[in-house]
Design a protein around this ligand. Structure first.
Ligand SMILES: [Fe+2]
Length: 426
C-alpha cells in the first residue's frame, strides 16, 4: 500500500514539476476572418480605432461601406455629446479591391485620464468609449508586434484587454493581409474592441509593404490609408516614422522599410527629433523598430533592415541615451542587456523583441548556440509585453506569455532611466 502511495505521490510530483518547469511550444493556430458588420448589424461604422495626436487630442478612424458623415460626437457622460468634430474621408484601390470610406476625425482638446463616450457617423445604435492617457507618471504601455489575426491573436488581445493598459505600441506587422485586402478589414474588426478604447500607436513592418511589381507599385497603400499616425506633429514628412510624447515618455516610431541611411529624410528627421528632446519634460525615451538590431534567434539573421539600420542609426540612439528599443519581426521574445555596438554598455538601450503577437506564420523556435552573453532571456512563445513607467527614474517591464488561455509572466525586469544615471549624462 505504502509502495502504491509512494508511486502515486511521485507521479503527482512529476506532473507538477513538469507543469512548472517545462513549457511545450504551441503550434500556430488557425486564421480568423471576421465578416463585414453589415451582416451582423445595421451599423454603418466598423473598424473603429483611435490614436494620439499631440498631447491632448485623439484621432478617431473608422470605415463605412457607403457614404456617411465623417463626424464624431463625444462627451464625458454616456449618450450626452457636448462636443462634435468633423474630419476627412478617403478610400483606396488595390488591384480589383476598393476600400470602404475611411474616416479620420481629430477630436479635442481632451482632459488626461478621462473616459470619453463617443459615436461615429451619427449612428445612435453603437456608442464607444475610450480613456485618455495620464498627463504624468505612472503610465502603462502594452507592447506587441506581429499581431496577425489568429486564435493566438485573440488570446493575446484578451490578455492585453485585462491589463488596464493606457496605450498600445505596435512595432510592425499588423494584419498579415499579405495583398488580400479583405483581411485588412477583418483585422480592423478583430481589434476594434480594444483599439476603440485605448490609443494604438503603430509603425510599419514588412507585411505592410504590399508592393507588387507592375501591378501595384506604390508601397504601404493600405497601411497609410488605414493607419494614419501623427507624423506631422513631430515634423516628419512620412507616416512611416514619427515620434510623440505621452506622460513623460518620448516615443520614437522608426521605419525599418523606408530609407534610413545618413542621406535619408528619416535619418535627418531622427537627428533633429532627438535634438529636441527635453529630458526634464520626458525623462524616458522609448524607440520602436520592426526588424531587431539585436537578435540571437536563427530567424531573420543578416537582413539589411536589421544590420544596416543598426550600423547607421545605433550611434544616434546611444548618444541620445534612448532607454529601450522594442522590435518585432522575429516571432519570439528576447531581452538583451544594455548594449552598444554589440557589447554590454551601461549607457546603451535595452533591446527587447516582442514579435509573438500570434500571427499565422507561427513561432521562431531556433536559437543560436551558445547564447550570446548580451542576451539575458529568450523564449519562443506568443504573448505581449507591458512597460509600466512608474516615475522618472524607474519602470517595470514584464513579458506575458500566452500559456493556452492564461497569461503567464515569464520574464520581468526593473529598469532605471538613463537620464537619472549620472555616469550616462550627456
Ligand atoms: Fe516582420
Amino acid at each position: 500500500m505504502a509502495g502504491i502511495r509512494g508511486v502515486l505521490l511521485l507521479s503527482i510530483f512529476a506532473v507538477v514539476v513538469a507543469g512548472v518547469l517545462s513549457y511545450e511550444r504551441p503550434p500556430p493556430r488557425k486564421n480568423l476572418f471576421i465578416p463585414r458588420r453589415r451582416l451582423l448589424s445595421s451599423s454603418p461604422e466598423q473598424q473603429v480605432h483611435i490614436s494620439l495626436v499631440g498631447v491632448n487630442k485623439m484621432r478617431v478612424s473608422w470605415i463605412t461601406d457607403g457614404d456617411a458623415p465623417s463626424t464624431v460626437e463625444y462627451g464625458t457622460s454616456p449618450r450626452k455629446y457636448k462636443f462634435s468634430a468633423t474630419g476627412t474621408t478617403t478610400s483606396y484601390r488595390y488591384l480589383l479591391y476598393k476600400s470602404g470610406q475611411i474616416h479620420d476625425v481629430i477630436i479635442g482638446p481632451l482632459k488626461p485620464s478621462t473616459v470619453y463616450y463617443y459615436r461615429c457617423s451619427q449612428d445612435s445604435s453603437r456608442e464607444f468609449n475610450f480613456k485618455t492617457p495620464p498627463s504624468q507618471f505612472p503610465i502603462k504601455f502594452a507592447v506587441v508586434g506581429d499581431l496577425g489575426q489568429t486564435e493566438w491573436t485573440n488570446s493575446t488581445l484578451q490578455h492585453i484587454g485585462q491589463s488596464n493598459y493606457d496605450l498600445m505600441l505596435l512595432p510592425g506587422d499588423l494584419s498579415y493581409a499579405d495583398f488580400w485586402q479583405p483581411l485588412w478589414d477583418s483585422f480592423g474588426r478583430i481589434i476594434e474592441p480594444l483599439a476603440s478604447q485605448r490609443p494604438w500607436m503603430v509603425t510599419e513592418g514588412n507585411h505592410e509593404i504590399e508592393k507588387i511589381p507592375l501591378l501595384h507599385s506604390t508601397p504601404f497603400t493600405a497601411y497609410n490609408a488605414r493607419w494614419r499616425m501623427p507624423f506631422e506633429e513631430s515634423s516628419s514628412t512620412s507616416n512611416l516614422y514619427y515620434s510623440f510624447e505621452v506622460a513623460g515618455v518620448h516615443v520614437i516610431m522608426l521605419g525599418s522599410y523606408t530609407d534610413f541611411d545618413p542621406n535619408s529624410d528619416q535619418y535627418k528627421w531622427l537627428l533633429s527629433d532627438l535634438a529636441k528632446i527635453d529630458r526634464k519634460r520626458t525623462p524616458w525615451i522609448v524607440g520602436n523598430i520592426h526588424a531587431p538590431w539585436y537578435n540571437s534567434n536563427t530567424a531573420h539573421q543578416g537582413e539589411s533592415e536589421s544590420d544596416d539600420m543598426k550600423k547607421f542609426m545605433e550611434e544616434l540612439l546611444y548618444k541620445a541615451r534612448v532607454d529601450i528599443v522594442f522590435a518585432g519581426h522575429v516571432h519570439a521574445y528576447e531581452r538583451f542587456t544594455r548594449v552598444y555596438k554589440g557589447k554590454e554598455d551601461n549607457c546603451g538601450p535595452i533591446h527587447i523583441t516582442v514579435g509573438g503577437g500570434g500571427n499565422r506564420e507561427g513561432l521562431a523556435m531556433n536559437y543560436i548556440d551558445p547564447k550570446p552573453e548580451i542576451s539575458l532571456f529568450r523564449e519562443a512563445s506568443f504573448g505581449h509585453g507591458q512597460l509600466e513607467v512608474v516615475n522618472k527614474t524607474h519602470a517595470l517591464f514584464t513579458w506575458h506569455r500566452n500559456q493556452d488561455g492564461v497569461a503567464v509572466v515569464s520574464d520581468s525586469v526593473w529598469l532605471k532611466s538613463l537620464s537619472s544615471d549620472h555616469a550616462c549624462k550627456v
